[in-house]
Ligand binder design. Structure first.
Ligand code: UTP
Ligand code: MG
Length: 383
């Protein structure tokens, strides 16, 4: 149900209504079959118990009748025996009922316990504060997703990013860029090697302290059904309106915000449905900027912006957020050629990390990407 409601547009676009109806019907039928099976079993139980009970009573009357005639047992005794017998059998029947409830309860208890007993893998450490601000270092990092098929996503990655530096990650889709940056706020733990933020291993930080240092705009921007102001302030609930506007200005979002009649008070529909892709991305960037963290990570956050707007955004980052360490993931060379260094990610490895001009001279993969993008639109230089 939930999948179908949330994905209504896709279902309609691909005209899969009938297919989805059948799928839903099948799930329903499964439920009906199971319930029917249980009810059928239960409905056998009552008559069987009744037959047993009444057969026992008949037996007592039969044996009691003979005894009354031959052994001087009184009819009152026989009646008493029948009453006791039905008490006992009723007790047994009740026990069967209780047993059924208990076994159901046990099954539920096991499932609930599984959830409650689940220990978070990412546990707090106890690091002392350091004087460095915004330094990121990856030492021989290897990584595979927990619970995955054990496939290595990152292999022996080494990267040092100095405070205030802008480093871009460039690489084909699925090469491991998102995985690499999600190790910095410790969304996952490395399988090998270490990740240091400000000279301290991320495992030694209190998780909330570590994440306070990092602002991240995710590849798939998450917006909430609140006003634009509240969505941006998510990054820093105490921010004033001026700070919100400054962040929106840097993210090149003010123009579209004020083209709406209600400005910052415009309501955003659930999951940002009422906004365009680029507008969503700019709100997500505003939110990240407002957090005012030492390290800013933009994961493909400008992919839906035109090159001019994107260039203005990066210019604002360069000037207004000069002291912030910036890690920028992008697909287009035009987006990142201004970065201090560009790390070329290929198949889970960093094959080169240097400024644009140097990569153009020395890195074959980079030249390939450059040529393919030049062919597609010739927009390599943005402005
Ligand atoms: P990434 O998500 O790191 O790739 O996945 P990427 O470089 O950012 O790609 P784009 O540009 O956003 O498309 C790297 C590998 O990790 C696996 C994927 O199958 C992919 O091969 N992966 C990713 C998982 O196994 N589990 C996940 O939760 C995410
Ligand atoms: Mg990605």
């Amino acid at each position: 149900m939930q999948e179908n409601v949330a994905g209504a547009r896709v279902v309609k676009a691909y005209v899969r209504e009938d297919y989805e109806k059948k799928r839903f019907g099948k799930a329903n039928q499964d439920l009906v079959d199971t319930q029917l099976h249980i009810l059928l079993m239960l409905s056998y139980m009552t008559p069987i118990m009744n037959i047993v009970l009444n057969a026992a009573v008949v037996a007592v009357i039969y044996v009691g009748g003979i005894r009354v005639q031959t052994a001087g047992v009184t009819p009152g005794n026989v009646m008493a025996a029948i009453t006791y017998l039905s008490y006992i059998l009723n007790g047994v029947m009740m026990f069967a009922m209780i047993f059924q409830s208990v076994s159901r309860g046990m099954a539920s208890y096991r499932r609930i316990k599984e959830v409650l007993d689940c220990e978070p893998v990412i546990a707090d450490g106890s690091a002392a504060a350091t004087s460095q601000k915004g330094r990121v270092e990856l030492n021989h990092v290897s990584f595979a997703y927990p619970g995955g098929n054990g496939e290595q996503v990152l292999t022996d990655v080494n990267l040092v990013i100095e405070p205030g530096e802008t480093v871009a990650l460039l690489g084909s889709t699925g090469s491991g860029k998102t995985s690499l940056v999600s190790l910095i706020p410790r969304f996952y733990d490395v399988t090998d090697g270490e990740v240091l933020v400000d000279g301290v291993n991320v495992k030694d930080y209190k998780v909330s302290e570590l994440r306070d240092k990092i602002a991240i705009a995710l590849q798939k921007s998450e917006l909430f059904s609140k006003t634009i102001r509240e969505n941006i302030k998510w990054g820093n609930p105490e921010a004033t309106d001026e700070q919100v506007l400054a962040a929106a200005e840097a993210a090149q979002a003010t123009e579209f915000i004020f083209s709406k009649p209600e400005g910052l008070d415009t309501m955003v529909a659930e999951k940002g449905m009422s906004l365009s892709g680029g507008q969503k991305q700019r709100l997500a960037i505003s939110r990240a900027l407002l957090k005012n963290a030492e390290i800013l990570i933009l994961d493909d956050s400008t992919s839906a912006l035109d090159l001019k707007t994107e260039a203005r955004l990066y210019e604002a980052l360069r000037t207004t957020y000069r002291q912030v360490t910036k890690i920028i993931i992008a697909q287009r060379i035009a987006s990142v050629r201004g970065a201090d260094r560009i790390a070329v990610v290929d198949n889970g490895r960093i094959v080169a990390c240097a400024p644009h001009e140097e990569l153009m001279r020395s890195c074959e993969i980079y030249q390939d990407i450059y040529r393919s993008q030049l062919k597609e639109g010739g927009e390599i230089y943005g402005e």
